[in-house]
Design a protein around this ligand. Structure first.
Ligand code: ZN
Ligand code: ZN
Length: 212
């Protein structure tokens, strides 16, 4: 943990230049990327401090986008998904462009509308090793993939598993018309149930679960 050095003073808040938006420790912020073609960086503000010349600095904990992770973006990653990294930095407060919200996965899936400043996080990420916490998550559907909140899924009345209409050979409209929806296992005579398995998030160990 960094101690406050002499001549520095902790601040309760910082007002983003040219706005009336107030940032406090614990808030989520968008920060100017070094390459202006890239989307803004997302971070959580841990601490705000001013040095003896009144330059305001923020200690931030970075969120990584799937593209920035060692394994890259994968099919189950949502468009607004971020990973809470173990990478901290001290940045000039001037690089803060605005505020945003990083939701929990559950509250994100319950949002009525996803705005441009809504993100979600379900994994912590170790920047040095590419490791994720949790390293396993539940999988759904015949494709046995973790839930991507951007993809519509329908729930089977029988086994309560969730399915992508496309994996069941249907369009979204066709699946919605089936009420109740039964997956192919539950609608077949023997009604064989597929045990729910979990998915190893880290890329190296992925390929083994492809039994269908
Ligand atoms: Zn599927
Ligand atoms: Zn079923």
């Amino acid at each position: 943990m960094a101690k406050t050095k002499p001549g520095k003073k902790d601040l309760d808040s910082y007002t983003i230049k040219g706005t009336n938006k107030v940032v406090r420790p614990g808030d989520y912020v968008l920060m100017k990327p070094s390459d202006s073609d890239k989307p803004p960086y997302v971070a959580r503000v841990e601490k705000i401090e001013a040095d003896h010349r009144n330059n305001v600095k923020v200690r931030v904990r970075w969120y990584y986008r799937p593209e920035e992770s060692i394994g890259g973006r994968r099919q189950f990653h949502g468009a607004k998904e971020l990973f809470l990294s173990d990478h901290y930095d001290l940045q000039s407060a001037h690089t803060i462009e605005g505020k945003c919200i990083v939701h929990s996965f559950k509250s994100y899936t319950k949002l009525e509308n996803v705005g441009s400043k809504d993100y979600f996080c379900r994994f912590e990420y170790k920047a040095a090793t590419g490791g994720f916490t949790p390293d396993r998550v539940a999988v759904y559907c015949k494709c046995e993939m973790p839930y991507n909140p951007d993809d519509l899924m329908v729930q089977c009345e029988g086994c309560k598993d969730w399915f992508h209409p496309s994996c069941m050979g249907m369009t979204i409209e066709e699946a919605k018309k089936l009420d109740p929806f039964l997956c192919s296992d539950c609608s077949s005579e023997d009604g064989a149930k597929r045990p729910l398995s979990s998915f190893h998030v880290e890329p190296k160990v992925e390929s083994k679960r492809r039994k269908r």
